[in-house]
Design a protein around this ligand. Structure first.
Ligand code: GLV
Ligand code: GLV
Length: 318
């Protein structure tokens, strides 16, 4: 009998063709919304594998109810939505999609540095609200990037790529936090988190979400930042204590924030963040280029094919 994969959202077709050419059947959720936990549970009971999204909650109960699954290929580099310990205990292989989305996500972070640092939100809303009456020499002022210090929290693949772009295009000095020093060609220096917070003009978060990074940036950390600093997050919303961020933005402890991720997602319309002019928010589109999403679709399919053959995945989370 053909092996069967549940694909929880309608991904770009490149990976689907690959599955087809390997004789693997799939059931794609063609609707515009995620499957509920119970819907996915019901579908998983007679499937061999899943291509999951970062919004699917693959927890202990889900995995223990589906120990027959061979592989779950997450359509994301992050895997905080999956209970790895339980998956490991049940011998269910877990895949993710690093590398192929590095460029797209680094570009999103750079875009947010500029959008937040140059006050695009306030300026754009003046246009949309009819407050653009004339040209003003002191209207919508922001800060330049050139020559400033960028602090990268987590110099992994994405953080490194952003640092390279910032150093080469804007001659920024790079400081970073990481578990170990990282070789680089642009003089980036490893520092403590406190040093990074107090020395950076721009701060960009590129750490995975786990127990040690949840609410890593809270009230104490905002108090160490420079008042003209710009905080960017393209990693996971939960790394920032969002109430503390709202407080810091209101109290002008920092100049602005650019967020591609929030807590929760989607962000409710009632969120105070949406009322502030100095925060520019995107709906988690870090990897949303045609190029990256195509490669992610292919990599997920390759992970499924390998896993169903009982082989190590192309990109396996251990
Ligand atoms: C996106 O947030 C990802 O982890 O790929
Ligand atoms: C992350 O996990 C990366 O690719 O930086």
């Amino acid at each position: 009998m053909k092996k069967k994969v549940i694909i929880t959202r309608n991904i770009l077709p490149d990976g689907l063709s690959l599955l087809e050419s390997h004789g693997i059947a799939f059931d794609v959720n063609l609707s515009e919304k995620p499957l509920s936990y119970e819907e996915l549970m019901e579908k998983a009971c007679n499937a061999d594998a899943i291509i999951s999204m970062l919004s699917d909650n693959i927890d202990q109960r889900f995995l223990e109810s589906n120990p027959h699954l061979k592989v779950i290929a997450n359509y994301a580099v992050g895997f905080n939505n999956i209970d790895l310990m339980t998956a490991r205990a049940l011998n269910i292989r877990i895949g993710n999609t690093p590398d192929v989305l590095t460029e797209a996500t680094a570009e999103t972070a750079l875009g947010l540095m500029i959008a937040a640092g140059r006050n695009f939100k306030g300026a754009n809303s003046a246009v949309n609200d009819g407050r653009w009456k004339n040209w003003g020499p002191k209207d919508h002022l922001g800060f330049a990037l050139r020559g400033k210090t960028l602090g990268v929290i987590g110099l992994g693949r994405i953080g490194m790529r952003l640092a390279e772009m910032a150093a080469s295009a804007f001659k920024m000095q790079i400081i970073y936090t990481a578990n170990s020093t990282k070789e680089n060609t642009f003089g980036a220096k490893i520092v403590s988190l406190d040093e990074l917070l107090s020395q950076s003009d721009y701060i960009s978060i590129h750490a995975p979400l786990n127990a040690s990074t949840k609410h890593l940036i809270g009230k104490d950390q905002f108090q160490k930042m420079r008042p003209h600093s710009v905080l960017v997050n393209t990693a996971r919303g939960e790394i920032i204590d969002q109430d503390a961020l709202i407080w810091a933005l209101k109290e002008k402890l920092i100049f602005a924030a650019g967020l591609d991720v929030t807590e929760p997602e989607p962000l409710p319309l009632s969120s105070e963040l949406l009322k502030l002019e100095n925060v520019f928010i995107l709906p988690h589109i870090g990897s949303a280029t045609f190029e990256a999403r195509r490669e992610m679709s292919i990599l997920c399919a390759k992970n499924i094919i390998a896993g169903l053959n009982g082989e190590n995945l192309i990109s396996e989370v251990k």
